[in-house]
Design a protein around this ligand. Structure first.
Ligand code: NOJ
Ligand code: CA
Length: 703
C-alpha cells in the first residue's frame, strides 16, 4: 500500500472512532455519539450549558449471538437535515413542523459474524429521538432480543412523577419523589382493581416519566412508534440516577422476536427549561410514520354519552341475569331486572344526546357473557354479536338513526385476546350492519390463554391488528387496558384514544385519585396520545348509595376544564342524564366544547400543581380555555392576546363559586358573561381542587 493511501485509511479509521456531535436546528440541544475503547456505543445530551444526559450506554443483547453491546466498530456515518410540515387528520393543532438534524451511525462487530446495527439519532429543538435498526444482512435474520441496555444517565437526583413499572397496567396514581426515593414495592401490592402480575423490580417505573431538575430543567422520557416490540420501562439506580431500559417480557420471559430488516421503537427525551414547552412538544408524533389510511373522511372525532356510569356507581348492571347458570325451564337466562343496556334505557340516552348535540352513545353490557366475565380466565365468554334479549339491536339502530346519533359499540374481551382476534371480522361486520362507526375495547384481567402481558410484544402487535382490522371496516377505536400510547394515532388515525391510565372511573369504584392527578396526566400518560379519561361528572358526592364516603376529588368547574386540559378527539360526558338536568347552564360548556382543534397554547403549567390551556376550534374563530389546580386555591391571571386583534368576543366564564371546595362544596359555581378583546386580561379564581372553563365566541360585527 502506498504511504498516502495508508494515511488516508488511518485518518478515516480515527475519524470513525471519534465522538461526533450534532446540534438541533437552533443549536439548543447537542447530541454526542461515542464509542468506548471496548467498542461500547454511548451517547450524551446537553441543553445549552446544562447536561440532560451524561455519557449513557447503548446496546442490544441477542440470544445465542454476540449482540450489539461491545466489540463494535463504526463503519459508516450519515448525517442529514429534515424540515417539513404535515397536516393532521385530527389533533391539537392543524399542522405540525417536523424539523431535525439526523445522524445515522452504522456499527459492525469487529469479529465474525460481523453483524451490523444502525443507531439513528434525530435531534429536534424540543428533544431527542433515537432507535436501533437491524438492516438486511447475511448473518442476522430471525433473532431474539434478550435485553436492551439503553441508559439515560441523569445529571442529578431529579424530582420524578412516576407510577410503578407494572407489566399489565398503568392505572396508578402518581408518586412525586426524588429519583433516590423510587420504590414501588408497597404501591404494586396496594393496586386494587386488577388481578395483575407486577414487574418484580421495585425500582422500575413506567414511561412517560416526567422529571424536573433542581435547576429547573424539565425532562420527559418515553418512546415513539411502539410496533412489534415490548413497552419500555425504566429501572432507576437510586445512587447514580442512571435509568436503564427494562423491556416487558412475554409469557416465557423473552423480550422480543425480530426479523431483519427491523428496528426498535424510538426512545424519546423531550427537554425544556419551561414546563409548558414539554406539553407543546410534538416530537413523539413527528417520530411516527405518516398515516397508512389515505381516505380519512370517515374518521370522526366526537363527544359521547353512555350507558356506563350508572353501572360504575352500582345503579344498574352489565349483566342481564345473576349468573350464566340461572336458566329457566326453556334454557333462557333469568333476568334480575337491573340490566342497564335495555332498549328503553338506551333510547333515553339517545334522546339526551340528540337534545344536546352530543354525537355518540356508548352502550356497555349489551351482549351475552357478563354473568361470568370477570376473573374466570375462560376463553369464549363473549362472541361480540349476541345481544341480550332486552337489547333490540335493530330497533336501536333505527331509533339512533332517526335522531342523528351514532352508536358506539363495546367489546370487553376480559383479557381473552386470541378469542377476540378470532371474532374480529364477524364482530366488525356486525357493527357495519347495525350502524356502529366506533368501538370501545377492553382487556380487563390477565391475558389468556398464554399469560402474555398487556405491555409485551404479543399484545403490542394485537392492539395494532385490532386498529388495522377496524380501519378496514371504517371503524374508529378507543382501547381500554391497552399499552400506553406512543403516537401511533398519526399512522392509524382511526385509533382515536386509549385509556391506559387511571381514569375518572376510579372515583366510582375506589378511593379515587388526588386533586393533583389531572395536573400530572398531561406530562405523563398523555405525552404519547389522547386519553379516554371520561370527564364531566356533575354529581360529585353521594352518587353511590352503598358508598356514601366516595366522592370525586374535583369541583364541578374542574370537570368542565378537563375537556380542554386533557386532550382527546373522543370525550365522554360521563355522568347520568338526570344529573346533567340539575345543571343545564353548566352543561352548556360540554355541549359547546369541540374535540378537534386548529391551535393550542399552554398558558401556564407545572406538573402536580396547575395547568391552563387554550385551544382554537377547528375551522372557527372560537377559543376554549381550561384551567385547573391541585388541592391548593389559586388565582390565574390570563392575558387574552391569543384572540384575533380588533375582534370582540363574548366570553362565558364557568368559575368555581364562592366557598367552592372539592371536599365540602364541589358544586358551587358561577357563570358570567363578558365582552373581551385580545387586550383584555381575565383573572380566574380556582378553588381548592377546582378549575375554570371559558368559551370565547366572536360577536358578529364586533370588529
Ligand atoms: C374497564 C373500563 O375502563 C371501563 O370503562 C369498562 O366499563 C369496564 N372495564 C368494563 O368493560
Ligand atoms: Ca401540588
Amino acid at each position: 500500500m502506498k504511504k498516502s493511501a495508508l494515511l488516508l485509511c488511518l485518518l478515516i479509521i480515527s475519524h470513525l472512532s471519534q465522538a461526533q456531535t450534532i446540534y438541533s436546528p437552533s443549536r439548543k440541544l447537542a447530541l454526542t455519539f461515542g464509542l468506548s475503547p471496548a467498542g461500547e456505543p454511548t451517547y450524551k445530551l446537553t441543553f445549552g450549558p446544562k447536561i440532560v444526559l451524561k455519557t449513557s450506554r447503548l446496546g442490544i443483547l441477542i440470544q445465542d449471538q454476540p449482540g450489539f453491546a461491545r466489540g463494535l466498530t463504526v463503519v459508516r456515518r450519515d448525517s442529514s437535515q429534515h424540515d417539513d410540515t404535515w397536516t393532521l387528520v385530527w389533533g391539537e393543532t392543524k399542522t405540525i413542523r417536523n424539523h431535525y438534524q439526523e445522524l445515522a451511525v452504522t456499527l459492525q462487530q469487529a469479529a465474525p459474524p460481523r453483524q451490523r446495527v444502525v443507531l439513528r439519532f434525530r435531534v429536534f429543538d424540543d428533544g431527542l429521538g433515537f432507535r436501533y435498526e437491524f438492516p438486511t444482512q447475511p448473518n442476522l435474520k430471525y433473532f431474539t432480543v434478550t435485553d436492551e441496555l439503553t441508559e439515560f444517565a441523569l445529571a442529578g437526583d431529579h424530582k420524578a412523577f412516576w407510577i410503578p413499572g407494572d407489566y399489565d397496567t398503568n392505572e396508578y396514581p402518581y408518586t412525586t419523589s426524588r429519583l433516590s426515593e423510587v420504590d414501588n414495592a408497597a404501591l404494586v401490592k396496594a393496586s386494587t382493581a386488577l388481578p395483575v402480575r407486577a414487574a418484580p423490580d421495585a425500582q422500575a417505573v413506567a414511561t412517560p416519566l416526567m422529571l424536573k431538575s433542581v435547576e429547573g430543567l424539565y425532562v420527559n422520557i418515553h418512546e415513539a412508534a411502539l410496533v412489534n416490540y415490548p413497552a419500555m420501562q425504566l429501572h432507576v439506580d437510586r445512587a447514580s440516577y442512571c435509568l436503564t431500559a427494562r423491556l416487558v417480557p412475554d409469557a416465557v420471559g423473552t423480550k422480543a422476536y425480530l426479523h431483519a430488516p427491523d428496528h426498535t421503537p424510538w426512545r424519546t427525551v423531550v427537554v425544556s427549561d419551561n414546563a409548558p414547552a414539554i406539553l407543546a412538544s410534538r416530537l413523539i408524533l413527528n417520530l411516527n410514520e405518516p398515516s397508512k389510511i389515505t381516505e380519512t373522511s370517515w374518521i370522526k372525532p366526537m363527544k359521547f354519552v353512555g350507558v356506563w356510569w350508572e353501572m360504575q356507581v352500582g345503579k344498574s348492571t352489565w349483566s342481564y341475569a345473576n349468573s350464566a347458570d340461572t336458566l329457566d325451564a326453556t334454557g333462557q337466562l333469568v333476568p334480575h331486572g337491573r340490566h342497564g343496556a335495555n332498549t328503553a334505557n338506551v333510547k333515553r340516552y339517545i334522546d339526551f344526546a340528540a337534545a344536546h348535540h352530543i354525537p355518540g352513545v356508548l352502550v356497555e353490557g349489551w351482549n351475552v357473557g357478563w354473568e361470568d366475565w370477570f376473573g374466570n380466565w375462560k376463553e369464549g365468554v363473549f362472541d361480540f354479536v349476541t345481544p341480550y334479549p332486552d337489547f333490540n339491536v335493530a330497533e336501536i339502530q333505527q331509533y339512533a338513526k332517526s335522531k342523528g346519533v351514532s352508536m358506539i359499540m363495546h367489546h370487553e374481551t376480559s383479557g381473552a385476546a386470541t378469542n377476540y382476534e378470532q371474532h374480529l371480522d364477524t364482530a366488525y361486520r356486525f357493527m357495519n350492519r347495525y350502524g356502529y362507526p366506533a368501538v370501545k375495547t377492553g382487556y380487563v384481567g390477565r391475558i389468556i390463554p398464554r399469560g402474555e402481558h398487556h405491555d409485551g410484544q404479543w399484545m403490542v402487535n394485537h392492539y395494532l391488528r385490532v386498529a388495522h382490522m377496524a380501519a378496514q371496516h371504517h371503524v374508529t377505536v378507543d382501547m381500554h387496558e391497552s399499552v400506553r400510547p406512543t403516537g401511533l394515532s398519526r399512522t392509524y388515525p382511526n385509533w382515536l384514544a386509549n385509556e391506559a391510565g387511571r381514569g375518572n372511573e376510579y372515583n366510582a369504584f375506589s378511593t379515587g385519585s388526588p386533586p393533583e392527578h389531572e395536573t400530572i396526566l398531561p406530562f405523563t400518560r398523555l405525552m404519547g396520545g389522547p386519553m379516554d379519561y371520561t370527564p364531566g361528572i356533575f354529581k360529585l358526592k353521594n352518587y353511590e348509595p352503598n358508598h356514601p364516603e366516595r366522592q370525586v376529588h374535583t369541583t364541578l368547574c374542574k370537570q368542565l376544564a378537563l375537556y380542554v386540559t386533557l386532550y382527546s378527539p373522543l370525550q365522554m360526558a360521563a355522568d347520568l342524564p338526570e344529573n346533567y338536568s340539575e345543571h343545564p347552564d353548566a352543561f352548556q360548556f360540554i355541549e359547546d366544547v369541540p374535540v378537534d382543534w386548529d391551535d393550542t397554547r399552554i398558558l401556564a403549567a407545572e406538573p402536580g400543581d396547575y395547568l391552563t390551556t387554550v385551544r382554537k376550534a377547528k375551522g372557527k374563530d372560537e377559543w376554549y380555555l381550561g384551567s385547573i389546580t391541585d388541592e391548593n386555591a389559586r388565582q390565574q391571571p390570563i392575558k387574552l392576546d391569543f384572540l384575533t386583534p380588533g375582534q370582540h368576543y363574548e366570553a362565558i366564564i364557568y368559575a368555581d363559586g364562592k366557598g367552592a371546595d372539592w371536599q365540602q362544596n364541589p358544586t358551587a359555581y358561577q357563570i358570567t358573561k363578558q365582552v373581551v378583546t385580545s387586550k383584555s386580561v381575565l383573572t380566574l379564581r380556582l378553588a381548592p381542587g377546582g378549575g375554570a372553563a371559558v368559551s370565547f365566541k366572536p360577536i358578529a360585527g364586533g370588529q
